[in-house]
Write a protein that binds this ligand. Structure first.
Ligand SMILES: C[S@@+](CC[C@H](N)C(=O)[O-])C[C@H]1O[C@@H](n2cnc3c(N)ncnc32)[C@H](O)[C@@H]1O
Length: 212
């Protein structure tokens, strides 16, 4: 629950500068994140969405008594266009899926996007930079694996190739050293048996990670 609790804590008005009026959770599954946020009084209104009926039914059951609207929807596709939200969580999904979902995010809102990709972090950062999103913070959570949480808003930003791999907000985060050392270890192990071209590519990444 470490990851989910951390994601919920990003909705806590006492720890952040925001007091979100309505949180949209895309891929809410059984609604655990929203339940923690409601129970701790971080939020008072939410929208739970999933592209599968069963998880959405479980969420309805788990979130009984709270002010929640539900949509069976692939990403934003079947969420009514006039739906208002000022925070949007998309977590526990692949980075490419999150990227695909964000292509239909409602434009011209001031919402904060809290993104928890399971993989393809580089691609997601690259997508955000090229699609009018600006990353405003990143976090690392450890629960069996290291997870990167990206916080973004609509806006503009440019990142260098190195920054797309390392992010620019992880430097001083508590788990940064462990996270990057772990990536270096994985690449160094691959380098023991891989071909020359892969090793050259990995060596560039190792350099980036050493100098995060
Ligand atoms: C692994 S769970 C993650 C649940 C929770 N968000 C978390 O961070 O733990 C992924 C959920 O997203 C749903 N999902 C997958 N693709 C989706 C999409 N394109 N749109 C909406 N929900 C999606 C799945 O049905 C599943 O319930």
């Amino acid at each position: 629950m470490q990851r989910i609790k951390f994601l919920a804590s990003l909705l806590n008005p006492q720890l952040n500068n925001d007091n979100f009026k309505c949180v949209l959770d895309i891929g809410s599954d059984h609604g655990h994140l929203l339940k923690i946020a409601f129970e701790n009084k971080y939020i008072s209104k939410a929208i739970a969405t999933d592209n599968k009926i069963l998880p959405l039914e479980k969420a309805k059951n788990n979130l009984k008594g709270y002010d929640v609207s539900y949509f069976l929807s692939d990403g934003f596709k079947d969420i009514p266009l006039d739906t208002a939200y000022d925070a949007c969580v998309i977590a526990g999904l692949g980075g490419i899926t999150i990227q695909n979902i964000l292509t239909l995010a409602f434009k011209n809102n001031n919402a904060k996007y809290i993104l928890g990709p399971n993989d393809h972090i580089y691609d997601l950062r690259n997508f955000l930079c090229n699609n009018n999103f600006k990353i405003i913070d990143e976090h690392i959570v450890y629960e069996k694996f290291y997870y990167i949480i990206i916080v973004a808003v609509q806006g503009n930003m440019k990142l260098s190739k190195k920054e797309l791999y390392t992010g620019i907000y992880l430097k001083n985060k508590p788990l940064a050293k462990d996270y990057f050392n772990n990536l270096i270890k994985i690449l160094s192990n691959i380098n023991l048996t891989c071909d020359k071209i892969t090793k050259q590519k990995n060596d560039i990444l190792i350099k980036y990670y050493l100098n995060y």
